[in-house]
Ligand binder design. Structure first.
Ligand code: PLP
Length: 392
């Protein structure tokens, strides 16, 4: 790398995804040959004379070499110009909103956005003067209709969405956003860069909760932004430093370690999710299985076009209403009852009472009989047996 920003990674990395995942963003340390980036647990850096920075490093809020390695890696995986690592997904989102919007502006958000994202727009950014309109992101015309020309600065999309697994057509939505002079932001947390690269389909910014598949081991909370163009990168860089919600070096190191195995993990997540979907489909206690890999799923065709596979998240509705949904969550054993997703271990949760409790009573409310599974990489037979037992 020529500087500490990892800029232009995509030009130097024509190699395959897994090669980039393992090597991009870091060259073995010139002094020691360390093949893995050290955890630079330092807040500040010695200057060689006033303003004589070594490699551009001054203070660890502005840049830290461990974080630089992670940011370079993420930029290469998402094929972006530059990436930025944050203390959490929501910290990344807040920083992006402040970089792109001003009071009086407006954004379009998914009508089934992650509850925390909705809460950020509804309770924090709205009080600052930023308006928002929820729209179904699987309906391009509805998104177009929700845009307020001149006011809308961002069209914010999750695809697949959390927890309903709706699919947005990234290429078409980029066209709609750009027609109106807005930027398309894609939360790529559910797909991960292994399954989908929104910037290559016309999106301007990718958001990640790296807490999920990127980190992949449920041992670190983090977030990231990856941007397609330099001008936007500069605005985000300014706000990252000015707001200061950065990833610390330990967290950056864990996340980067996770990214190195993203490809193999995602393939196993998808294999196991397919087994689980096969089991749930047709089970008498299951009213509906929601998975973009199913031919009957309304977004199947678009998902097949823009995703490599269909991911590790499976949602389903039970025939016995909320009480049965809660009982299934509590009876499962290999599937741990917990919030979050994207780790090696299988998790089960009730979105209405847990991750999406903050959208209760709004247009974004989720069905009470819905269960969300984050299918892990354990032995598939054990996962199926556990669900069989939990469904009674
Ligand atoms: C799709 C999605 N985006 C963003 C977030 C927020 O990320 P974090 O919890 O790392 O702040 C989450 C968290 O669950 C999520 O599922």
């Amino acid at each position: 790398m020529t500087d500490h920003h990892g800029q232009g990674q995509q030009h130097r990395h024509k190699s395959g995804f897994e090669t980039r995942a393992i090597h991009a963003g870091y060259e073995p340390d010139p002094t020691t040959g360390a093949v893995i980036p050290p955890i630079y647990a330092t807040s500040t850096f010695k200057q060689d004379g006033v303003g004589g920075l070594r490699g551009g490093y001054e203070y660890s809020r502005s840049a830290n070499p461990t974080r630089t390695a992670l940011e370079g890696n993420l930029a290469a995986l998402e094929e972006g110009e530059r990436a930025f690592a944050f203390a959490s997904g929501l910290a990344a989102e807040h920083t992006l909103i402040r970089a792109l919007c001003r009071p009086g502006d407006h954004v379009v958000i998914p009508d089934d956005a992650y509850g925390g994202t909705f809460r950020l727009f509804d309770k924090v950014e709205q009080a600052w003067g930023l308006g928002h309109s929820p729209a179904p992101i699987s309906d391009v015309d509805a998104v177009r209709a929700a845009i307020r020309p001149g006011e809308t600065k961002m069209v914010w999309v999750e695809t697949p969405t959390n927890p309903m697994l709706n699919i947005g057509d990234i290429e078409a939505l980029a066209g709609v956003a750009h027609e109106a002079g807005a930027q398309l932001v894609v939360d790529n947390t559910f797909a991960s860069p292994y399954l989908q690269q929104p910037l290559t389909l016309g999106a301007d910014v990718v958001v990640h909760s790296t807490t999920k598949y990127c980190g992949g081991h449920s041992d670190v909370v983090g977030g990231a932004l990856v941007v397609r163009e330099l001008e936007l990168a500069e605005q985000v860089a300014f706000h990252q430093n000015a707001i200061g919600a950065v990833a610390g070096p330990f967290d950056a190191w864990l996340t980067l370690r996770g990214l190195k195995t993203l490809g193999v993990r995602m393939d196993r997540h998808c294999d196991n999710a397919e087994r689980v979907v096969e089991f749930l489909t047709g089970h008498p206690a299951v009213a509906e299985v929601i998975y973009p890999g199913l031919e009957g799923h309304s977004g199947h065709e678009i998902a097949s076009r823009q995703m490599k596979r269909y991911g590790g998240i499976v949602s389903f509705r039970v025939t016995g209403g909320e009480s049965q949904a809660l009982a299934v969550c509590e009876r499962a054993e290999v599937f741990t009852l917990a919030e979050s997703l994207g780790g090696i271990e299988s998790l089960i949760e009730h979105p209405g009472r847990m991750t999406h409790a903050s959208v209760a009573g709004t247009d974004l409310e989720v069905p009470a009989d819905l269960i969300r599974l984050s299918v892990g990489i354990e032995t598939a037979d054990d996962l199926v047996a556990d669900l069989d037992h939990a469904l009674g």
